[in-house]
Structures are given as C-alpha cells and as structure tokens.
Design a protein around this ligand. Structure first.
Ligand SMILES: Nc1ncnc2c1ncn2[C@@H]1O[C@H](COP(=O)(O)OP(=O)(O)O)[C@@H](O)[C@H]1O
Ligand SMILES: O=P(O)(O)OC[C@H](O)CO
Length: 496
C-alpha cells in the first residue's frame, strides 16, 4: 500500500496541500495565497478558477517537495472553507460568476425579509442554522437572480451548484463527479440535517432548482479518482469535510462534550454532541460533524467572523505591524489595554449575537492611548468573542467546559492563549501538530481506504504541545463588563 496521504486544505485566504505519513506526521507543505475580491462594501468574492489553479499547483508542488511520486499517494482528503458558493456550467466547466465567499453580506436585506416572515424557527428546526447571509442558499439565489440567463439554464439542468469541495472534485475528476459531503451540505441552509436530504420546501423558498445540486455523500468513502491528466497518476479521493468539522476530527474530539476552537481568519468553536441533533437555545448552530461508516455525529457551533483577521487589519489597514506575528511584541509593550476595547464587527457579528448590521468599534480611547493598547485590545477581542460563544455552549449543553483544544494560525500567539485561559478559567490546550484541519481530512481519507484501520489506531497520534491555565483566584468581572459595554456600542452605532 502507498505510504502517504495528500490533504488539500482550501482556505479563505490560501490553498494548501500537506502530505502526512502513517504516523500522522507532516512530510511536506505547499501553500499559495490567492486574490480577495471586494467589488463593493460588504461583498467578498474569489475567482473559482484561481482557487482551482492554486490548489492544483500546490498539490503537484508538495509531492515534489516531499521527494515522492504520485504513486506514493494512497488517497486524497479534501477540506475547505465552507458556505462559499460556486455555480458553473456543466458543459464547459466555467463558473457563471465569481465564488461568493462566506463573509459576503450582499444578501443581508433579503435575510432580514425572510426573518420578518417568521421563518426562523422552521429553518432552524430543519437545518440547524440561524438565518444569515453567511450560508450558501441566499448566495446561490443571488447568482440565479442576477446573472443573465442563469435561472433558465439551471432549470434546464445545465448549471451545477457547489461549495468549494464540490467544485474541486468536479475539476479533479474532469467533470465526472458532482458530490459533496454531509458536513458541507449542512452549511447551505437547504439541507435537512435530520432526514439527510435536500429539503424541497427550502429549495422552493430560495428558488433553487434541485437538478443543480450535488449528490450528498458521507465524509469518508471513495468518491472517485483524479482524472489521468491531472496529477501524473490517478488517485482516489476518499475524504471530504468542511474545514471546521475537519479540525474537530483532527483534534480527536470524538467523544460527546469535547470542544475545539480554531483561530484562523475567523474563529469557530465546535462541540461534539453525539448522535442527536440537539437545537441550540442560545443562538448557536447545530451542524453535522461527520458521517463515518453510516453513523452521523452532530456538533454545536459558534461561528465568529473576525478572529485572526483583526490582526491582518492591524497589519494591512492600520500599518501597525509588518507581519501578523509582530502583534505579540507590540501588545506586550503595555501591561493592559487601559480600558480600551476593540470590537471587530467588520462583517457584522456572528454567534451568539447574529447582528448583520453591527460594525467595528473602538471604545475607551484616552489621550494616552497608543498603538500597543489598540493592538492588545484587538488581540483580546479574539478571546472575548470566544468567551461569548463558550458561555452560550455551556448553557446549551448544560455543562462546564473544562478543556478547550485550540488550533489555527493565531494559536502561535502565547499572549493570546494565556489571556484566553485567564478569561475562560479552563485549560486551553495546543496540540503538537497544529495543522489539525488538514490532518482531519487526511484521517477521513485514510480510514476509507484502510490506510488506517480504525479511529482507535489514530487517536494516540494527537499529542499536547502546551497547556495554558488561569492563575488561582483571577477575577474577570470588570474586564468582562467593559467588553459587554463595547459590544453594545458596536451594535448601537449602526442602528440608524
Ligand atoms: N502570531 C500571531 N498572532 C496573532 N494572529 C496571528 C499570528 N499568526 C497568524 N495570525 C493570524 O492567523 C490567521 C491565519 O491563520 P490560518 O489558520 O492560516 O487561517 P485561515 O485558514 O483562515 O486562512 C491570520 O488572520 C493571521 O493574522
Ligand atoms: O478558511 P477558514 O479557515 O477561514 O474557515 C472558514 C470557515 O469554514 C467559514 O465557515
């Protein structure tokens, strides 16, 4: 049997390819950033062809970097930015419009309309989701409504809809395979997470023709193989999961009650809730964590739209730092924020507030405020937002969370991780392999092909790098009061 798994991690800002060996160790990584397109305020698009070409090129590059040939690859696992929507022509394989990215807010007003019609409860019961422009359905509707001739073509069965996993698999198989997996389907707002079917009533509501939808598969099975001319040798594609579910699996949060938080562009906290899709009473999402060997596992999720992206904003828009890692040094120059709070509601607020109209706000400025205070407050905002989600999760699950497994680019920041532990008063645990998103998809693929025999065989590969804990007796009352006040300001400032 070939000795390596190739994981394709198609994220919001870059396409990555990572090769793992049988011990779950990284053999090589290749990564390429691609263009972020902002046609109007609040709109975010990607060029699907650029997503495809960057993903394909890093896949080819990583095999060479590892000193391997395509024949050494046992199988491919795919994990992807979720919700981002592509519609393409089935005959030509050409997208009819750019990919509308999960962060895109263009359909907010339409979402307000359907909320006003009182549809929130029905939609939550079926899909586990809260009505928001974040999810794919209203993005697909927008394309069908706004691209000339698209609706007619879609009704005639000539167009395909897909999240990024579907799009990549279509391209990798040269148009032979149009599939997605349950985790990605559960982010569209047209998929019923109880019956595990596309929901006809919701398809009617959004005007999305069923014939354009992919077939929904499990997260771990052989879906097809790469076309002969794509990567030197044919390879089975055997695992698919949305990136946050993939990270939950890669963190080995395989028992109910286990929780992870990924600190990337946004932050996404997921708790494994087992085999029953319990609905949230605290503004969290219920989502499918994975389906393996016919068994579905569900998760509660709190989605925070701006996490590490607030550091990118300090770097790119404010010019405070030249690279993200420098934020730690800048923030450490002051012992605290002197009462300054940053609420990075640049794309509204996600869980648990779900306020599409809130906007970024800085409160508590004084004549003595300097860059370091603002940098520290920006970093702390990542931890405060995480706290809000964790509290909602504790209330929903009726538990006290004692341990949070963390991953993603911003977890390299020890100041942030320590502040997070102080605030949550729980153990914040960073694993040795921080590429847990990619390894999750690798595990799903390797389990499908027999590369790994069982979950038990891989669970011991997860190892702790560092645990952060709060000092005894720490009192967060005042700082949390200040944060809540700042969140209120971010919501009020956009009221009119
Ligand atoms: N040392 C650091 N401190 C804080 N944030 C960081 C640090 N290093 C990277 N980041 C942030 O982490 C994010 C990148 O993490 P990554 O997991 O690669 O994200 P994604 O998969 O969403 O593209 C960026 O937003 C970046 O600003
Ligand atoms: O690409 P990431 O890591 O920012 O993840 C994006 C999420 O999947 C959006 O739901």
């Amino acid at each position: 049997m070939s000795k390596f798994i190739l994981s394709l991690d198609q994220g919001t800002t870059s396409s990555r390819a990572i090769i793992f060996n049988h011990d779950g160790e990284i053999v090589a990584i290749a990564q390429r950033e691609f263009t972020q397109i902002y046609p109007h305020a609040g709109w975010v698009e990607h060029d699907p062809m650029e997503i495809w070409t960057t993903q394909l090129s890093v896949a080819a590059e990583v095999i060479v970097k590892a000193g391997l040939s395509a024949r050494d690859i046992n199988s491919i696992g795919i994990t992807n930015q979720r919700e981002t929507t592509v519609v393409w022509d089935k005959e030509t394989g050409i997208p009819v419009y750019n990919a509308i990215v999960w962060q895109d807010r263009r359909t907010s007003a339409y979402c307000d309309e359907i909320k006003a019609k009182g549809l929130a409860k029905n939609i939550q019961e079926k899909t586990g989701l809260i009505i928001d422009s974040y999810f794919s359905a209203t993005k697909a509707k927008w394309i069908l409504d706004n691209v000339d001739g698209a609706r007619e073509k879609a009704e005639a069965g000539k167009l395909a809809f897909g999240t990024i996993d579907s799009w990549l698999i279509w391209k990798l198989t040269a148009g032979k395979t149009h599939v997605t997996d349950v985790t990605n389907a559960s982010r569209t707002m047209i998929y019923n997470i109880h019956t595990l079917e596309w929901d006809n009533e919701l398809l009617d509501l959004f005007g999305i023709p069923k014939q354009m939808l992919p077939e929904v598969k499990s997260s771990s099975e052989v879906y097809g193989e790469t076309a002969g001319n794509i990567l030197a040798a044919k390879m089975p594609i055997a695992g698919i999961a949305g990136d946050q579910q993939s990270a939950l699996f890669g963190q080995m949060c395989i028992e109910p009650g286990m929780v992870k938080n990924t600190y990337g562009t946004g932050c996404f906290m997921l708790m494994n809730i087992g085999k029953e899709p319990k609905m949230s009473s605290n503004n969290l999402l219920t989502t499918i964590a994975w389906k393996i060997n016919g068994e579905v596992c569900y998760a509660l999720e709190g989605s925070i739209f701006i996490g590490g992206a607030v550091v990118q904003w300090l770097r790119d828009e404010m010019g405070f730092i030249s690279k993200s890692a420098d934020v730690e040094t800048l923030a450490k120059k002051v012992p605290d924020t002197q009462g300054v709070y940053v609420v990075p509601a640049f794309a509204g607020l996600g869980a648990p507030h779900w306020d599409q109209h809130a906007r970024g706000t800085i409160t508590g400025l004084t004549r003595g405020t300097n860059k370091s205070h603002i940098a520290r407050a920006a970093l702390e905002s990542i931890a405060y937002q995480t706290m809000d989600v964790l509290k909602a999760m504790e209330a929903d699950a009726d538990v006290s969370i004692a341990e949070l497994r963390v991953d993603g680019g911003a977890t390299a920041n020890n100041l942030l991780m320590q502040f997070q532990a102080d605030l949550l008063k729980c153990k914040v645990i960073r694993p040795e392999v921080t590429e847990v998103t990619a390894i999750g998809a690798a595990y799903l693929a390797g389990l499908a092909t027999g590369f790994w025999g069982s979950i038990d065989e891989i669970r011991s590969q997860w190892k702790i790098n560092k645990t952060f804990s709060a000092p005894e007796g720490i009192d967060n009352t005042e700082r949390i009061k200040g944060w809540n006040r700042a969140v209120r300001a971010a919501r009020v400032c956009a009221e009119d």
